[in-house]
Design a protein. Structure first.
Length: 242
């Protein structure tokens, strides 16, 4: 009896199916490894990225409904690293950007952005007067903020200037018509030090450095509270005597 074994010079006809099963097995193995923690997940990557940023915390975020719109109050807490403060003393101005977006939930599609607001805050040291200058303007104004600022104030100390930067009070971020009754809405808030506004040579030197990564973000359901009524002005003793 003679046995004949056949050899193929090329791949057998079912090689495509074999490759399909092999690739499917590789994908399945990757999923198992991800589930077991052998491969870093997207959440782990985001946590690692956040660890590279300077410590900043959102200590307050409150939205209020008033007769003329939706207002936001917020507070961010962080300390300026020494290298950042040293740059300020050398004449480098800092720009902080605050952005707010309001989204309406849509079960059949991605959420719809119904309102957005942004403001830029410039902080600079004035060597001649040894005072700190804060300019606040609406939008992403950048280097021309000083000419279009809606708020300008000088402070004697850096902590006083930082207190004005880290607090947002009664900032109108949406119209009442943007909020649809009976629908759920979400609020996205971000506060960051905008490195793109630094001088170009300086940007290259600070890119990727932890001390210069000052940022905080938050996303949460939009909960509108009733605006607190303004306190009546107190009469002066002279007016009370009339």
């Amino acid at each position: 009896m003679v046995f004949i074994t056949q050899f193929w010079k090329s791949a057998p006809p079912d090689s495509g199916a074999r490759r399909f099963f092999a690739s499917s097995f590789a994908v399945l193995a990757m999923v198992v490894m991800l589930w077991l923690g052998a491969v870093p997940s997207a959440r782990a990557v985001s946590i690692a990225y956040a660890a590279n940023a300077a410590t900043a915390q959102l200590t307050q975020l409150r939205t209020e409904r008033a007769d003329d719109g939706v207002y936001l109050n917020a507070a961010v807490a962080f300390e300026l690293p020494h290298v950042v403060e040293d740059a300020l003393l050398k004449g480098i101005a800092l720009f902080f950007v605050i952005e707010v977006d309001v989204y309406r939930d849509r079960w059949y599609w991605t959420d719809q952005r119904v309102a957005s607001a942004a403001r830029t805050v410039r902080l600079a040291y004035q060597p001649l007067t040894r005072r700190w200058r804060v300019n606040i303007g609406s939008g992403l104004n950048g280097a021309s903020l000083g000419l279009r600022a809606t708020f300008n104030q000088n402070y004697d100390t850096l902590p006083e200037a930082m207190s004005a930067i880290q607090r947002v009070t009664r900032w109108k971020v949406a119209e009442l018509s943007d909020i649809r009754s009976g629908s759920e809405h979400n609020l996205s808030f971000s506060f960051k030090l905008d490195l793109s506004q630094l001088p170009r040579p300086f940007q290259i030197g600070v890119a990727g450095q932890r001390d210069w990564s000052i940022a905080v973000e938050s996303a949460q359901p939009l909960l509108l509270q009733t605006a607190r009524p303004a306190e009546p002005a107190k009469e002066s003793p002279a007016e009370a005597a009339k």
